[in-house]
Design a protein around this ligand. Structure first.
Ligand SMILES: [Zn+2]
Length: 424
């Protein structure tokens, strides 16, 4: 038994999660010679500087069991008496003798200690896997059907996205806090959120969920798979599958990080004004991120102090109330339009006072487009189309100039909608 207690815990493991009673029950099982589920360990060999090979074991499955046993060996807790109500032992067993009852490891007699030391547990050793992801895959399969939350399963998914989300939104595993790069996730008002990602042992789990939702929306708007993608639990699973190999130096990640940096600046401002007592409904956080995603496409976009203060006030007290459930793409879409409508003017964005293209500009765009709509490609008479701010929409500070214009038919003209194909 003792040999395995030194196995380490890989990154994807959740932190300590068992209650004291669960630990007591497990050790009690060992004394009763009940079988316990096998441990799955990965055997890792590493070559040291001197050329010596050292052997190391990582827990794939069985972390809670190992923790419980090692804590008992470390004298951290005493076992329960069979009569203890917390134990929930069948009545017929409560009067059976249990010599180990209420004892710590150090108070067991030598024979009992030795009995425990030589108790065998089944261990599956995994070594020489073809691909490191096989170990994670095994972990996921072992966990399916157990108490892991969906976000924890996502965290364990192979690839870059899991660790990236953890670095942005934080993670707590046992006593180890991985501090989040961004704290604005704390702003999200969690009331009324679905409980399937609640994790009492890791307060960052719901922040990672929010972060994954945001990435899904930000990426979705870029790739054009939908103007506003849905963000159900299945969509988030899909995000982790789809972006397994995402380039962490790539444009998509850069864009998301830049958006989050700006949101963080607003969050810090909110902290200054309101001592961080304010919570913002989820759609409000989404809208703030989308605003920056849109605004940052404009090279001219700059936030001055005043804009940050105004935005902080707006998101906490000024913005419209949420529109229905935040898992619905159309609700989020509608909310963002509403949010933009009520946004105070001159928040880092200088709107061109000239809103529409004049006839001369329209003609130039029409000629440049070969008399076709730039979106659907239909050939149309000039009076069936109009000038469209592109690539930068007017509301994001796009100037009404030929350089920032294209000719589109009236059906295609996505009035007031940002067009993000620049990122694609
Ligand atoms: Zn068209």
């Amino acid at each position: 038994m003792g040999k395995w207690l030194h196995a380490s815990h890989p990154e994807y493991q959740r932190g300590e999660a068992w209650s004291l009673q669960q630990k007591q029950a497990l050790v009690d099982s060992l004394f009763r010679h009940y079988p316990i589920p096998p441990l799955f360990l990965e055997r890792k060999l590493s070559t040291g500087l001197g050329g010596g090979v050292t052997e190391k074991f990582e827990v794939i499955d069985g972390q809670q069991r190992l923790l419980a046993i090692s804590e008992f060996f470390a004298d951290n807790f005493a076992l329960l008496a069979p009569t203890d109500k917390k134990f929930k032992l069948p009545v017929s067993l409560r009067s059976q003798p249990a010599k180990w009852a209420e004892k710590r490891y150090s108070s067991l007699d030598t024979e009992q200690q030795r009995g425990l030391d030589i108790t065998e547990v089944d261990v599956y050793l995994v070594s020489e896997v073809d691909h490191p992801d096989e170990v994670r895959d095994l972990f996921i399969r072992l966990q399916s059907g157990t108490a892991l939350t969906r976000q924890q399963i996502r965290d364990a998914w192979p690839g870059n996205l899991g660790p990236f989300v953890e670095s942005l939104a934080g993670k707590r595993a046992g006593k180890v806090h991985k501090h989040p790069r961004f704290e604005f996730f704390q702003l999200v008002d969690g009331r009324g959120m679905k409980g399937d990602d609640d994790d009492m042992t890791d307060p960052y789990a719901k922040h990672r969920q929010t972060c994954a939702q945001l990435l899904r929306i930000l990426f979705g708007r870029v790739t054009g798979s939908g103007y506003f993608p849905t963000i159900t639990a299945a969509d988030l699973d899909g995000l982790y599958h789809e972006y397994t190999d995402i380039d962490l130096q790539g444009d998509m990640i850069k864009m998301a990080v830049e958006v989050f940096e700006h949101v963080e600046e607003v969050f810090n401002q909110i902290g200054r004004i309101y001592v961080r007592k304010y919570k913002v409904h989820k759609q409000g956080i989404f809208a703030l991120c989308l605003f920056f995603q849109d605004a940052l496409r404009n090279q001219q976009f700059k936030m001055d102090r005043n804009s940050v203060v105004e935005l902080a006030k707006y998101v906490t007290v000024g913005a419209p109330k949420a529109v229905g459930k935040s898992s619905s793409a159309s609700n989020n879409n509608a909310y963002y339009d509403l949010w933009r409508e009520h946004l105070p003017e001159n928040i880092g964005i200088k709107l061109d006072p000239k809103r529409t293209f004049d006839d001369k500009q329209k003609l130039a765009l029409y000629v440049a487009a070969d008399e076709k709509c730039a979106i659907c490609g239909d050939e149309i008479p000039i009076e069936d189309g109009e000038g469209d701010h592109y690539p930068i929409p007017h509301r994001d500070g796009g100037p009404t100039t030929i350089d920032n214009g294209r000719f589109v038919c009236k059906t295609c003209h996505p009035r007031g909608r940002p067009k993000l194909d620049q990122f694609a």
